[in-house]
Design a protein around this ligand. Structure first.
Ligand SMILES: *[C@@H]1O[C@H](CO)[C@@H](O)[C@H](O)[C@H]1NC(C)=O
Ligand SMILES: *[C@@H]1O[C@H](CO)[C@@H](O)[C@H](O)[C@H]1NC(C)=O
Ligand SMILES: *[C@@H]1O[C@H](CO)[C@@H](O)[C@H](O)[C@H]1NC(C)=O
Ligand SMILES: *[C@@H]1O[C@H](CO)[C@@H](O)[C@H](O)[C@H]1NC(C)=O
Ligand SMILES: *[C@@H]1O[C@H](CO)[C@@H](O)[C@H](O)[C@H]1NC(C)=O
Ligand SMILES: *[C@@H]1O[C@H](CO)[C@@H](O)[C@H](O)[C@H]1NC(C)=O
Ligand SMILES: *[C@@H]1O[C@H](CO)[C@@H](O)[C@H](O)[C@H]1NC(C)=O
Ligand SMILES: *[C@@H]1O[C@H](CO)[C@@H](O)[C@H](O)[C@H]1NC(C)=O
Ligand SMILES: *[C@@H]1O[C@H](CO)[C@@H](O)[C@H](O)[C@H]1NC(C)=O
Ligand SMILES: *[C@@H]1O[C@H](CO)[C@@H](O)[C@H](O)[C@H]1NC(C)=O
Ligand SMILES: *[C@@H]1O[C@H](CO)[C@@H](O)[C@H](O)[C@H]1NC(C)=O
Ligand SMILES: *[C@@H]1O[C@H](CO)[C@@H](O)[C@H](O)[C@H]1NC(C)=O
Length: 746
């Protein structure tokens, strides 16, 4: 009523009389119908103001046209807690220019009635639950400039009609389930500045015509299944500031003159495709580049030595390529990157970088947060001044051939959260300064040649939740009590296969958050403290291969979650009560393992024939090495240009068949640590009818596997373990659990 009065005073009576019963009532009625047909999240309060106490033009989210004050021009209910199907009556708001219903819980199809909104310029229905196909009627909205439908469950093909909406300047259909090809008609959208079709299931090739849309600013096609050559025409889009086509199956090489094609480029991502060739040195001319992501391709050669000219560079990712550096020249890019004063990520994981790590790495910007050097062939030592990089959060040198000591200066990296040094040949003492890294949550330095005592100062790492110093062999002294008192230590503590001696301090009982305690293969002695019964969340306890004596504490039976226990190869005696408990545990475990067979579910099985063919019938030529339980072969799988490594179990060896599932389990543990990745298992019979079991895992030429195997032959007298030996250790850990229980039950 107040609204009607207002109109009478503003407008000449004749107009008012004509308008009130027809048009203006129409928009108000449409809004009220809308309100009545959706469900409002009670707490949001949206639409509470939609009542007759004020003019609908002042209702929350509603704006009326300035030229036509009684018609709605904008409806913006973003994040309004609105649920239900979108009422078709929305199509009655004939003068609507902006409709923004993003971040609600609207579901069902987008109503075809939106096609009536001929004046609609902006449509934002993103982050709802809309399903069904793209409404073809939308193409009637010929005024539309911005269409944002991302984050829904829309499917089907993107209709060719979209190409007729020639006013469009921005289209986002990302994060939906659109399938089929990108319509070639999109090339007709000559005003398009932003096109995002990322994270759908689009396939086919990219229409070359898109390269003619000179206004294009941002082109995002990542995470689809697009294939074929990346059309060269796209390199004609000279206005691009963001070009992201990662996560497809595109191939081709990067044009040598790329650096002169995109004068404004800021984000360039070609990651997870099949690009080959080198990184052209002209990328150094892309002077506005902040992100260069070339990870997971097949790029080779050197990283351009002039890259540091890209002063704006912040993120540089090269994971999983075949890039090389074997000498000073190859590493020159690191030198040059010291000019990038905003560099934050330098990710070189999983390539063929070799030779000595460039000492100039310590001259990189203090803004550097992530430095990943893992899974390469890098030798030499960690530079003494690594402590210069005070911005580092994550430092990974994992799985290389780095030697020398862990520099003392590492203690200056006080922002470090994750420190991964495992799988190298680092020697010397663990510097006590590491205790200064109070933000550290994970410290993994296993598979090295570290020696001497575990510094007491590690007890200052109040945020540590994993500590793994296992398999260094010469770490000695006792277990520092301070470590056992770290309340954050919750995932696991692994100090196995070292030379630690003395008792297990009774402070072990303060580790009430710890899931796994692994101290196998040391020289620990004395009684197992009964306080261990206080570690109530313990799931895995491995104390085997030590010199513990006396009786197994009965308090172990407090550990209700304990499912893996290994105490063998000690001088322990078993109490009766405990035996009963162990038997009960064992039955429970057996029951559990019949329910979930993790391997079978997780990995696709592979036939004996395929493995036999791929290894040239398990020929000597393909033999990579052998361990106690079997032999490892290099295998090229049919129809796949894929080389894998196959470990074939020697089933005559007693315990070998039994260890198959155990090894699958052990491999999963190793996989977790990124040493080797298991691909699948094979369990079948060979042509002679013999049982045949094999594990298929990732073959990394020049990577960890190959490296370890070669190390074995090169350094026969060294303490470095071969892969096979490692596998055997892993198997032992798991099978020994069974044994322990078997022994106890006899
Ligand atoms: C919406 O428009 C349709 C016809 O276009 C009409 O039949 C219907 O009554 C209108 N609904 C409201 C609530 O205005
Ligand atoms: C009607 O809307 C006004 C704001 O325009 C609000 O203050 C009032 O609480 C609303 N009335 C009801 C019953 O929700
Ligand atoms: C959708 O478009 C078709 C074809 O133009 C038309 O026949 C139909 O009436 C439209 N539907 C609505 C709800 O506007
Ligand atoms: C929709 O509204 C939200 C909040 O006002 C805004 O951030 C967003 O940019 C709008 N969408 C469009 C396409 O303008
Ligand atoms: C897509 O969805 C993911 C996961 O919900 C989200 O992180 C991402 O920001 C979304 N991307 C876009 C472009 O909406
Ligand atoms: C694109 O535009 C051309 C003319 O510019 C026209 O011939 C063609 O039909 C249009 N294609 C589509 C799919 O709209
Ligand atoms: C991707 O496309 C290829 C053909 O180019 C097809 O073989 C494959 O199944 C598709 N993958 C998915 C996940 O759709
Ligand atoms: C790129 O643009 C130039 C000049 O407009 C044109 O001559 C050339 O054919 C285009 N290249 C491709 C691959 O479309
Ligand atoms: C970089 O651009 C300049 C000027 O356009 C050109 O002379 C130079 O050759 C380019 N550098 C590379 C490596 O392509
Ligand atoms: C860093 O930039 C300066 C100034 O352009 C240049 O003289 C120097 O050679 C560059 N340093 C490296 C390591 O590229
Ligand atoms: C680091 O930079 C300084 C100053 O430019 C230089 O003197 C030093 O040699 C560089 N260090 C290394 C290891 O390259
Ligand atoms: C770092 O640790 C060392 C050895 O534990 C200690 O001497 C030094 O004072 C510490 N530095 C800082 C800044 O805390």
């Amino acid at each position: 009523m107040a609204m009607a009065m207002g109109l009478f005073t503003l407008l000449p009576p004749l107009v008012a009389v004509l308008m009130i019963p027809t048009v203006s009532a129409g928009d108000e009625a449409a809004l009220l119908t809308f309100k009545a047909q959706v469900v409002i999240d009670g707490s949001s309060g949206t639409l509470a103001s939609w009542n007759s106490s004020t003019s609908f033009c002042s209702w929350e989210g509603v704006t009326c046209s300035r030229r036509r004050p009684t018609q709605v021009s904008t409806l913006n209910l973003q994040g309004g807690g609105i649920k239900g199907a979108l009422p078709p009556v929305i199509g009655n708001l004939t003068y609507l220019q902006t409709l923004n219903l993003s971040a609600n819980e609207l579901y069902g199809e987008i109503p075809a009635s939106l096609g009536h909104l001929r004046r609609l310029e902006t449509l934002d229905l993103s982050n709802n639950l809309f399903s069904g196909e793209f409404p073809a009627n939308l193409s009637s909205c010929i005024s539309m400039t911005i269409m944002v439908l991302d984050g829904n469950k829309l499917g089907g093909h993107i209709p060719a009609e979209l190409g007729a909406m020639t006013s469009l300047e921005a289209i986002s259909l990302s994060n939906n389930s659109f399938a089929g090809p990108i319509p070639v008609s999109l090339a007709n959208l000559s005003h398009l500045q932003y096109l995002s079709l990322s994270s759908n299931q689009l396939d086919g090739s990219i229409p070359p015509g898109l390269g003619s849309i000179q206004s294009m600013w941002q082109l995002h096609l990542y995470n689809n299944n697009l294939s074929g050559l990346l059309p060269l025409s796209l390199y004609n889009l000279s206005s691009l500031i963001s070009f992201q086509v990662g996560g497809n199956m595109l191939h081709g090489s990067i044009p040598t003159d790329i650096g002169n094609r995109f004068p404004s480029m800021q984000i360039l991502s070609l990651s997870s495709n099949q690009f080959t060739g080198i990184i052209p040195s002209s990328v150094s001319n892309l002077s506005h580049l902040t992100t260069l992501n070339l990870a997971q391709n097949r790029l080779s050669g050197h990283v351009p030595a002039t890259l540091g000219r890209v002063r704006a560079l912040q993120k540089f990712l090269l994971t999983e390529n075949k890039l090389e550096a074997n000498d000073k020249e190859g590493w020159e890019f690191i030198n040059s990157l010291s000019n990038c004063s905003q560099l934050r990520w330098l990710i070189l994981s999983d390539n063929s970088f070799g030779g000595h790590l460039a000492g100039s790495v310590v001259n990189l910007s203090v803004t550097l947060q992530k430095l990943y050097l893992d899974d390469n062939r890098i030798s030499g030592s960690i530079p003494a001044d690594i402590g210069n990089l005070v911005g580092l959060n994550i430092l990974l040198t994992v799985n290389n051939s780095m030697s020398g000591v862990i520099p003392d200066s590492i203690g200056k990296l006080e922002n470090l959260v994750d420190l991964g040094l495992y799988g190298n040949a680092l020697s010397g003492l663990i510097p006590p300064s590491i205790g200064n890294l109070t933000k550290l949550t994970r410290f993994l330095a296993f598979y090295n040649n570290l020696e001497g005592p575990i510094p007491e100062s590690l007890g200052k790492l109040k945020n540590l939740f994993i500590l793994d110093l296992s398999t260094n062999y010469y770490l000695n002294g006792s277990i520092p009590k301070a470590i056992l008192k770290l309340p954050s230590l919750s995932w696991y503590l692994d100090l196995s296969y070292n030379s630690l001696s003395g008792p297990l301090p009774s402070e072990v009982g303060t580790m009430t958050n710890l899931n796994e305690l692994i101290l196998s293969g040391n020289k620990l002695s004395g009684q197992i403290p009964s306080s261990i019964g206080n570690c109530i969340v313990l799931v895995k306890l491995l104390l085997d291969n030590n010199s513990f004596e006396g009786s197994i504490p009965q308090s172990l039976s407090n550990l209700k979650g304990l499912s893996v226990l290994n105490l063998i190869m000690n001088n322990l005696s078993v109490s009766v009560i405990l035996l009963v408990w162990m038997l009960w545990k064992k039955r429970k475990q057996r029951h559990k393992s019949t329910v979930e067979s993790p391997i079978a579910e997780q990995y696709e099985r592979i036939s004996y024939l395929a493995l036999s063919r791929g290894t040239n019938e398990f020929s000597e030529d393909n033999l990579l090495g052998s361990g106690r339980y079997g032999a490892v072969y290099k295998c090229i799988l049919d129809n796949q240009d894929k080389t894998v490594a196959v470990k074939v179990f020697n089933l005559c060896q007693s315990g070998s068949s039994k260890s198959f599932e155990a090894e699958c389990e052990a491999m999963r543990r190793i996989r977790h640590r990124r040493l080797i990745k298991i691909i699948t298992c094979c369990s079948s019979t060979d042509p002679q009818g013999q049982e045949f079991k094999a594990l298929v895992f990732e073959f990394m030429p020049n990577g960890s596997l190959d490296l370890w195997l070669h190390k074995k032959s090169q350094l026969t007298s060294s303490r470095t373990l071969s892969l096979s030996q490692r596998l055997d250790i892993a198997v032992d850990i798991v099978t020994a659990v069974e044994l322990a229980v078997d022994i106890a039950s006899q």
